[in-house]
Design a protein around this ligand. Structure first.
Ligand code: AKB
Length: 315
């Protein structure tokens, strides 16, 4: 299986590349990114090419040259960044998706594009958020995610494109830092506590959000794409979650393991409003029933692993 990962230099891509190499073979994975310095870094671990996903001719050439059979489209401006420049967020997020779907159609590729808890909004039921429910997000990022889910389903029903996706919650990882998201606090806290012994949080202490540890997120990316299509009732996009907590609970659990760690709050009003509009915890039973989703990591095991991995970096 020849797989192209577009937007490969971000938080998910940098860890998805080695995961895909293990599953489908090292030579079959092509990493693409817009930034030359990132392509240079990616080329040390993978076959790598420079690509602006908005340039459909260049994108098409790469899909044809490498005989691509599956596309992971990870190009996105995240929720908080999107509120700083909504027009740019729309043109990048939707432009990359439309090009990816068109090329998937022309070249008979399957395609995975992450959706997000950001697809939900204030009117969504916040507890046990159902798979099929009211969406109406209040951010440009969320508007793109809902539009992207609909567009991907449209390409499936209208053209038969094998498009599948999950609604990722905040992803916690220790490879590459996330950037511009509302859930980033749950990653940043580990770096600051190890480096400085203290962390200032932009999210109110009682705000719950769903989270997922990276190893489970990577499993979702391959497990859903390799699932038997006849078992899929849904496609774009499945609720998936590994844990739900608020900052106060996360910090108390970290403090038990790092004596003397100090936590402060300086709430960012944009992130406060975004996080308040998202689910407290999603119901991911459709993913479990339709393709066997079964995450392994919970908050406690994730914290132990994150602390060990970040301590080992000797920052
Ligand atoms: C964000 O916070 O914007 C992302 C997401 C939940 O999609 N991490």
């Amino acid at each position: 299986m020849n797989v192209l990962v577009v937007g490969a230099g971000g938080q998910i891509g940098t860890e998805l590349i080695p995961h895909l190499q293990k599953v489908y073979g090292e030579d079959n994975i092509i990493a693409a990114d817009l930034r030359p310095e990132i392509v240079e870094k990616l080329s040390q671990v993978s076959r790598a090419v420079m690509l602006d996903a908005l340039d459909i001719r260049a994108y098409s050439q790469i899909v044809k040259e490498y005989k691509i059979e599956r596309i992971y489209n990870l190009v996105a401006l995240l929720s908080a960044t999107g509120e700083k420049n909504p027009q740019l967020a729309w043109s990048v997020n939707m432009g990359a998706l439309l090009n990816s779907l068109e090329l998937a159609k022309e070249n008979n590729c399957s395609i995975f594009t992450p959706s997000s808890i950001g697809a939900f909004g204030n009117d969504t039921p916040h507890k046990d958020t159902p798979q099929d429910t009211i969406m109406r997000p209040g951010t440009m990022y969320g508007v793109c995610k809902v539009a992207g889910e609909l567009l991907s389903d449209y390409y499936y029903t209208r053209f038969g494109v094998d498009a599948r996706s999950v609604r990722f919650p905040g992803i916690i990882s220790n490879g590459c830092l996330p950037g511009g998201g509302t859930t980033d606090y749950a990653v940043e806290v580990f770096y600051d506590i190890i480096k400085k012994g203290e962390y200032t949080c932009p999210i109110p202490e009682n705000t719950y959000m769903d989270m997922l540890y990276m190893p489970d997120a990577l499993e979702a990316c391959t497990q859903l794409m390799d699932a038997d299509p006849s078992a899929l009732v849904h496609r774009n996009s499945f609720n998936v979650t590994g844990m739900s907590f608020n900052p106060k609970q996360l910090f108390a659990a970290i403090a038990k393991r790092v004596p003397g760690a100090k936590f402060h709050y300086n709430v960012d009003p944009v992130k406060r409003d975004i996080s308040a509009s998202w689910p407290d915890n999603m119901d991911d039973s459709c993913a479990r029933e339709e393709w066997g989703w079964n995450p392994k990591w919970n908050m406690e095991s994730m914290i132990d692993d994150m602390l060990e991995a970040i301590r080992a970096k000797n920052l």
